[in-house]
Design a protein around this ligand. Structure first.
Ligand code: TMP
Length: 236
């Protein structure tokens, strides 16, 4: 399978058509942005790590009954996935306070919640991905009631599976962002990526940040953090 015309270029990935109208190829870049594109940079080797990590995690989730867009890894940076129409909601699950949650509610980072939380952002760069609730999403026809219910259930299932998986790697899954897509028949599947770009990972012993916060917050050691996560995922 090979790349045909480029359909889309996002901040971290490109999407190409293939000879099969139901499949596209995602190509992962090393480009990194933060704060809605205000901060720009590159993280050497990130595209390779995010491609492989996301594929490993999606295949693991499939084994746990979670439908994903994953089809086949082609090479270091390219993966064949099912073509979806993206539901324009960023679905954020949190297990521990951090980032915008800590800022919005004026609490410190690191509060372990009794139950995970879910929130949605309206995926719209011009508006800066504003926080939105499910009633607003319905009012704007971003998804149906049934789709929102499905997405919520899938997101919490994904959280349980990932939390347990990362715990075994001595990594605490603090929070993460998911995106879902619709197949041609309307089935909702997990899309986009699961990587240090889209998750907060803290070393369970030291609390060291092993994710994109090192880039967002200029903490240094960005490449090392991505590599360390990949090392733990592939170590047997
Ligand atoms: P937040 O605390 O900044 O709202 O981020 C919550 C989680 O979502 C965190 O794991 C990083 C991830 N995230 C993205 O994947 N893309 C984004 O554009 C933002 C703002 C956060």
């Amino acid at each position: 399978m090979e790349k045909k015309t480029q359909l889309y270029e996002g901040k971290a990935k490109k999407v190409f058509a293939t000879e099969d109208p139901a499949l596209v190829i995602i190509s992962y870049k090393d480009d990194a942005t933060a704060f809605n594109g205000l901060k720009k940079g590159t993280i050497a080797g990130k595209g390779v790590i995010n491609n492989k990590m996301s594929n490993m995690l999606m295949q693991m989730l499939e084994k746990h009954g979670v439908a994903t867009h994953f089809v086949e890894e082609l090479n270091d940076r390219d993966t064949v996935v099912k073509k979806v129409s993206i539901v324009p909601l960023e679905v954020i699950i949190r297990n521990i306070s951090a980032g915008s949650f800590a800022k919005r509610y004026g609490v410190e980072e690191g509060i372990v919640f009794a139950e995970p939380t879910i929130e949605f952002s309206y995926k719209n760069d011009d508006l800066g991905d504003p926080l939105i609730n499910s009633y607003h999403a319905l009012a704007l026809s971003l998804a149906t009631k049934e789709e929102i219910e499905t997405i919520k259930n899938m997101a919490f299932t994904i959280n349980s599976v990932l939390k347990e998986y990362f715990a075994k790697l001595n990594v605490t899954l603090v929070d993460f962002k998911l995106e879902f897509g619709r197949l041609a028949d309307g089935t909702i599947v997990l899309a986009d990526e699961i990587s240090p770009d889209t998750c907060r990972f803290w070393d369970s012993t030291t609390g060291e940040k092993l994710d994109k916060d090192r880039f967002r917050r200029d903490l240094g050691g960005v490449e090392d953090a991505y590599q360390e996560m990949m090392r733990r995922l592939t170590a047997e």
